[in-house]
Design a protein around this ligand. Structure first.
Ligand code: ACO
Ligand code: ZN
Length: 182
Protein backbone atom coordinates (compact mmCIF):
# COMPACT_ATOMS: atom_id res chain seq x y z
CA UNK A 1 0.00 0.00 0.00
CA UNK A 2 1.06 3.57 -0.61
CA UNK A 3 1.92 5.54 2.48
CA UNK A 4 -0.73 7.50 4.35
CA UNK A 5 -0.72 10.94 5.87
CA UNK A 6 -2.73 12.31 8.79
CA UNK A 7 -3.66 16.00 8.62
CA UNK A 8 -6.17 18.48 10.00
CA UNK A 9 -9.56 18.33 8.29
CA UNK A 10 -10.92 21.16 6.13
CA UNK A 11 -14.57 22.07 5.69
CA UNK A 12 -14.52 20.57 2.18
CA UNK A 13 -13.56 17.18 3.71
CA UNK A 14 -16.82 16.92 5.68
CA UNK A 15 -18.97 15.19 3.00
CA UNK A 16 -16.34 12.47 2.54
CA UNK A 17 -15.89 12.11 6.31
CA UNK A 18 -19.68 11.65 6.52
CA UNK A 19 -19.50 8.90 3.86
CA UNK A 20 -16.76 7.09 5.81
CA UNK A 21 -18.84 7.40 8.97
CA UNK A 22 -21.97 5.94 7.32
CA UNK A 23 -19.90 3.10 5.79
CA UNK A 24 -18.26 2.13 9.05
CA UNK A 25 -20.51 2.95 12.01
CA UNK A 26 -24.22 2.94 12.92
CA UNK A 27 -23.82 6.21 14.84
CA UNK A 28 -24.31 8.89 12.19
CA UNK A 29 -24.60 12.66 12.47
CA UNK A 30 -25.89 15.57 10.39
CA UNK A 31 -23.58 17.97 8.58
CA UNK A 32 -23.95 20.71 11.18
CA UNK A 33 -22.56 18.46 13.91
CA UNK A 34 -19.33 17.87 11.97
CA UNK A 35 -19.11 21.57 11.14
CA UNK A 36 -19.56 22.48 14.81
CA UNK A 37 -16.71 20.17 15.86
CA UNK A 38 -14.48 21.52 13.07
CA UNK A 39 -15.24 25.17 13.89
CA UNK A 40 -14.65 24.76 17.61
CA UNK A 41 -11.99 22.05 17.97
CA UNK A 42 -10.46 21.99 14.51
CA UNK A 43 -6.98 21.04 15.77
CA UNK A 44 -8.49 17.72 16.88
CA UNK A 45 -10.49 17.02 13.72
CA UNK A 46 -8.15 14.77 11.75
CA UNK A 47 -8.32 12.89 8.48
CA UNK A 48 -6.10 10.17 7.02
CA UNK A 49 -5.35 10.29 3.31
CA UNK A 50 -3.92 7.71 0.88
CA UNK A 51 -3.03 9.02 -2.56
CA UNK A 52 -5.39 11.98 -2.21
CA UNK A 53 -8.33 9.82 -1.03
CA UNK A 54 -9.74 10.09 2.49
CA UNK A 55 -9.66 6.72 4.24
CA UNK A 56 -10.21 7.62 7.89
CA UNK A 57 -11.01 10.34 10.40
CA UNK A 58 -11.00 11.13 14.11
CA UNK A 59 -13.06 13.94 15.61
CA UNK A 60 -13.22 15.21 19.17
CA UNK A 61 -14.45 18.01 21.35
CA UNK A 62 -13.40 19.49 24.67
CA UNK A 63 -15.83 19.41 27.58
CA UNK A 64 -15.72 20.49 31.21
CA UNK A 65 -16.22 17.75 33.81
CA UNK A 66 -15.77 17.18 37.50
CA UNK A 67 -16.70 13.48 37.30
CA UNK A 68 -13.60 11.65 38.59
CA UNK A 69 -14.24 8.76 36.18
CA UNK A 70 -14.06 11.04 33.13
CA UNK A 71 -11.02 12.74 34.64
CA UNK A 72 -9.25 9.39 34.83
CA UNK A 73 -9.05 9.52 38.63
CA UNK A 74 -11.45 6.68 39.43
CA UNK A 75 -12.81 3.47 37.94
CA UNK A 76 -16.45 2.53 38.40
CA UNK A 77 -16.86 -0.83 36.66
CA UNK A 78 -19.69 -2.89 38.04
CA UNK A 79 -17.54 -5.63 39.50
CA UNK A 80 -15.69 -3.00 41.51
CA UNK A 81 -18.84 -0.99 42.24
CA UNK A 82 -20.87 -0.96 45.39
CA UNK A 83 -22.95 1.71 47.02
CA UNK A 84 -20.12 3.16 49.12
CA UNK A 85 -17.87 3.66 46.08
CA UNK A 86 -20.70 5.39 44.27
CA UNK A 87 -21.26 7.76 47.18
CA UNK A 88 -17.56 8.55 47.42
CA UNK A 89 -17.50 9.11 43.67
CA UNK A 90 -20.49 11.47 43.85
CA UNK A 91 -18.82 13.48 46.59
CA UNK A 92 -15.59 13.73 44.59
CA UNK A 93 -17.66 14.95 41.63
CA UNK A 94 -18.34 18.15 43.54
CA UNK A 95 -14.86 19.43 42.64
CA UNK A 96 -14.13 22.19 40.11
CA UNK A 97 -14.77 21.20 36.48
CA UNK A 98 -11.66 20.53 34.40
CA UNK A 99 -11.17 20.36 30.63
CA UNK A 100 -11.60 16.83 29.30
CA UNK A 101 -11.15 15.64 25.72
CA UNK A 102 -13.99 13.55 24.24
CA UNK A 103 -13.09 11.39 21.24
CA UNK A 104 -16.49 11.46 19.54
CA UNK A 105 -15.78 9.17 16.58
CA UNK A 106 -12.86 7.45 14.87
CA UNK A 107 -13.00 5.17 11.84
CA UNK A 108 -10.88 3.77 9.03
CA UNK A 109 -12.34 2.39 5.78
CA UNK A 110 -12.31 -1.43 5.89
CA UNK A 111 -9.72 -2.07 3.12
CA UNK A 112 -7.25 0.23 4.88
CA UNK A 113 -7.42 -1.27 8.38
CA UNK A 114 -4.57 -2.98 10.28
CA UNK A 115 -1.99 -0.71 8.68
CA UNK A 116 -1.47 1.66 11.57
CA UNK A 117 -3.85 4.40 10.37
CA UNK A 118 -6.18 4.17 13.38
CA UNK A 119 -3.13 4.26 15.65
CA UNK A 120 -1.79 7.41 14.00
CA UNK A 121 -5.19 9.14 14.22
CA UNK A 122 -5.46 8.25 17.91
CA UNK A 123 -1.86 9.17 18.71
CA UNK A 124 -2.32 12.59 17.11
CA UNK A 125 -5.64 13.12 18.92
CA UNK A 126 -3.90 12.42 22.24
CA UNK A 127 -1.05 14.78 21.36
CA UNK A 128 -3.43 17.63 20.42
CA UNK A 129 -5.49 17.18 23.59
CA UNK A 130 -2.33 17.26 25.70
CA UNK A 131 -0.42 20.04 23.92
CA UNK A 132 -3.07 22.28 22.34
CA UNK A 133 -6.21 21.95 24.48
CA UNK A 134 -4.30 21.00 27.66
CA UNK A 135 -6.99 18.62 28.88
CA UNK A 136 -6.59 16.60 32.07
CA UNK A 137 -7.83 13.42 30.36
CA UNK A 138 -9.46 12.02 27.25
CA UNK A 139 -12.45 9.69 27.15
CA UNK A 140 -14.67 7.89 24.66
CA UNK A 141 -17.61 5.49 24.50
CA UNK A 142 -17.24 2.16 22.69
CA UNK A 143 -19.56 -0.82 22.19
CA UNK A 144 -18.66 -3.56 24.69
CA UNK A 145 -18.32 -6.02 21.75
CA UNK A 146 -16.06 -3.79 19.60
CA UNK A 147 -12.85 -5.69 20.28
CA UNK A 148 -10.72 -4.13 17.51
CA UNK A 149 -11.43 -0.63 18.83
CA UNK A 150 -11.06 -1.62 22.49
CA UNK A 151 -7.65 -3.18 21.73
CA UNK A 152 -6.56 -0.08 19.87
CA UNK A 153 -7.55 2.12 22.83
CA UNK A 154 -5.87 -0.15 25.38
CA UNK A 155 -2.70 -0.07 23.30
CA UNK A 156 -2.65 3.70 23.83
CA UNK A 157 -3.27 3.51 27.56
CA UNK A 158 -7.04 3.93 27.73
CA UNK A 159 -8.69 1.92 30.51
CA UNK A 160 -12.28 0.71 30.84
CA UNK A 161 -13.72 2.99 33.50
CA UNK A 162 -17.53 2.62 33.42
CA UNK A 163 -20.28 0.65 31.73
CA UNK A 164 -23.29 2.57 30.44
CA UNK A 165 -26.19 0.14 30.08
CA UNK A 166 -28.18 0.45 26.85
CA UNK A 167 -26.15 3.42 25.65
CA UNK A 168 -26.63 2.65 21.94
CA UNK A 169 -29.88 2.97 19.96
CA UNK A 170 -30.02 -0.83 19.49
CA UNK A 171 -29.67 -1.40 23.25
CA UNK A 172 -26.00 -2.43 23.38
CA UNK A 173 -23.96 -1.31 26.39
CA UNK A 174 -20.98 1.04 26.15
CA UNK A 175 -17.69 1.07 27.95
CA UNK A 176 -16.45 4.49 28.81
CA UNK A 177 -12.68 4.30 28.36
CA UNK A 178 -10.40 6.98 29.79
CA UNK A 179 -6.78 7.99 29.53
CA UNK A 180 -5.40 10.41 32.10
CA UNK A 181 -3.06 12.97 30.50
CA UNK A 182 -1.57 14.60 33.60
N1 ACO B 1 -8.74 -7.39 15.92
C1 ACO B 1 -7.96 -7.24 16.99
N2 ACO B 1 -7.22 -6.13 17.28
C2 ACO B 1 -7.30 -5.13 16.40
C3 ACO B 1 -8.08 -5.20 15.22
C4 ACO B 1 -8.82 -6.40 15.00
N3 ACO B 1 -9.62 -6.56 13.91
N4 ACO B 1 -7.98 -4.05 14.56
C5 ACO B 1 -7.14 -3.27 15.27
N5 ACO B 1 -6.72 -3.92 16.39
C6 ACO B 1 -5.82 -3.43 17.43
C7 ACO B 1 -4.51 -4.14 17.33
O1 ACO B 1 -3.92 -4.14 18.62
C8 ACO B 1 -3.76 -3.24 16.40
O2 ACO B 1 -2.38 -3.35 16.51
P1 ACO B 1 -1.61 -4.45 15.58
O3 ACO B 1 -2.14 -4.29 14.18
O4 ACO B 1 -0.19 -4.07 15.72
O5 ACO B 1 -1.98 -5.76 16.18
C9 ACO B 1 -4.16 -1.89 16.92
O6 ACO B 1 -5.55 -2.04 17.20
C10 ACO B 1 -3.95 -0.74 15.95
O7 ACO B 1 -4.47 -1.06 14.69
P2 ACO B 1 -4.47 0.02 13.51
O8 ACO B 1 -4.05 -0.63 12.23
O9 ACO B 1 -3.70 1.20 13.92
O10 ACO B 1 -6.02 0.42 13.48
P3 ACO B 1 -6.97 0.50 12.20
O11 ACO B 1 -6.41 1.46 11.20
O12 ACO B 1 -7.31 -0.84 11.72
O13 ACO B 1 -8.26 1.21 12.85
C11 ACO B 1 -10.38 1.06 13.96
C12 ACO B 1 -8.89 0.66 14.00
C13 ACO B 1 -10.48 2.57 13.82
C14 ACO B 1 -11.03 0.63 15.26
C15 ACO B 1 -11.03 0.33 12.75
O14 ACO B 1 -11.10 -1.05 13.02
C16 ACO B 1 -12.43 0.82 12.40
O15 ACO B 1 -12.60 1.80 11.67
N6 ACO B 1 -13.47 0.11 12.89
C17 ACO B 1 -14.86 0.44 12.55
C18 ACO B 1 -15.27 1.76 13.19
C19 ACO B 1 -15.16 1.69 14.72
O16 ACO B 1 -15.50 0.71 15.34
N7 ACO B 1 -14.68 2.81 15.32
C20 ACO B 1 -14.56 2.93 16.78
C21 ACO B 1 -15.92 3.19 17.38
S1 ACO B 1 -15.79 3.86 19.06
C22 ACO B 1 -15.47 5.53 18.83
O17 ACO B 1 -15.51 6.01 17.72
C23 ACO B 1 -15.10 6.41 20.00
ZN1 ZN C 1 -19.18 10.12 22.91
Amino acid sequence: MEGFIVRKARETDIPEVMRINVETLPENYWYGFYKHLLDNWGEAFLVAEVGGKLVGYAMSRVEEHSDPVLLGLAVELEEEGGVLKRIVSMLRSLGEPRPVGHLVSIAVRAPYRRKGIGSKLLEETIRVMREVYKTDSIYLEVRVTNEPAIRLYEKFGFRKARIVKGYYADGEDAFIMVKRLK
